[in-house]
Design a binder for this molecule. Sequence first.
Ligand SMILES: *Cc1c(COP(=O)(O)O)cnc(C)c1O
Length: 458
Amino acid sequence: MRNQASVEMTTEQLESWDREYVWHPFTQMKDYVKEKPVIIENGEGVILRDIEGNEYIDGISSMWCNIHGHRKKEIDDAIREQLDKVAHTTLLGFSNVPAIELAKRLIDITPDGLAKVFYSDNGSTAMEVAIKMAFQYWQYKGYKNKTNYVALQHGYHGDTVGAISVGGIDIFHSVFKPLLFKTFFAPSPYCYRCPHGKDKTECMFECLKDLEEILSKDSDSIAAMVMEPLIQGAGGMIVHPEGYLSRAKELCEKYNVLFVADEIMVGFGRTGKMFACAHENVTPDIMALSKGINGGYMPLAVTLTTDEIYNAFIGDYGEQKTFFHGHTYTGHPLACSAALASLDIFEDEKVIEGLQPKIRLLKERLERFTNLNSVGDIRQSGLVAGIELVRNKETKEPYSWEEKIGAKVCFEARQRGLISRPLDNVIVIMPPLSINTSQLNRMMDIIYESIETITEIN
Ligand SMILES: *Cc1c(COP(=O)(O)O)cnc(C)c1O
């Protein structure tokens, strides 16, 4: 049997083929090939095991998408059951059973007013869909000049060309500038480094006034505002002040601009509610979901929208009003069946209710981190947090990029049995929602010790 060969592959062979053939995403390969790679072979619950049998807590939920842990029986079974029927067909002009059921269930649980589900297969494509949908909507409505977007600095919406056009992280996006379409950027409500130099007690939402200025001047040319509700993930786990989301949405209504909520990271319980928009009773015009949608099992994404937008695309065949978008693996039956199983688990195991004590524990455990000299800011929302490390606590002077301080802390954590990946100088805490309290305590011990070792003892 062919895969016998892979079973027999030695650690040395795998490591050398990894270095020789695999180009890893968002990774400086010059450094990567010098280090011993962590090659995961299996996992269970929140634990991952590498090919040498070392165990790690999955502290980043396998890139922010795992919810119920690995090898969750109900999801494994659902995929196998669907596999016995059919693996993949197409949603282009045809339908499939799990995609239909999932669409209905998503409409039931997402904010009222969202009425239609458009499938794709990853977060970036869900945002491409959102961007194109908003654009085409206005074209059909007769607002031909609404061709630009407004987004937030430090925002992240994926890596395809449309998604990076609305992305606000310079280090990821600036090299592509000549390829990108025009986007207005409003300041991020990044309170620790307030764009207006205010502290929380004197905040008058000045950053919202900047947004309003853009909208009041240029809304004739703006199709949509795009933002991550409550917390900007890849930009550094920037938790927004309460009220920012609902006020931004109100401004969009006032100036006739669509509001696109990118819930790709925060959706499915991460912030302590099923969806972040629910914290401020916001119904976006368009909402993108992906990472947690099927518990982190398979590529799947959706872009949800209202009847108002959907209806603008309805017309006689001759009018050619079709939404011109669709991927080969759109609405994949295996991925949708995994998503249905994940939603069942949310209900059966009362996942959201069960989160509250873990969220409180995380908050308690984070308080102690203020003792560390390098900890400038601690930001938490639900079961996700970011710890921003700084060279100087008083002046908030950041560590330079070259110091790779976040990477060093995470490397240290790995030696102690935690898989973690920083965002520059921000240490990310994002375990699967299913983590238990002793594992969460262990994770926080490791992170504390690792920061201490790298920034204070060395
Ligand atoms: C991860 C992420 C994306 C992109 O999703 P991919 O599946 O990696 O393409 C978009 N927006 C946000 C907020 C994300 O966290």
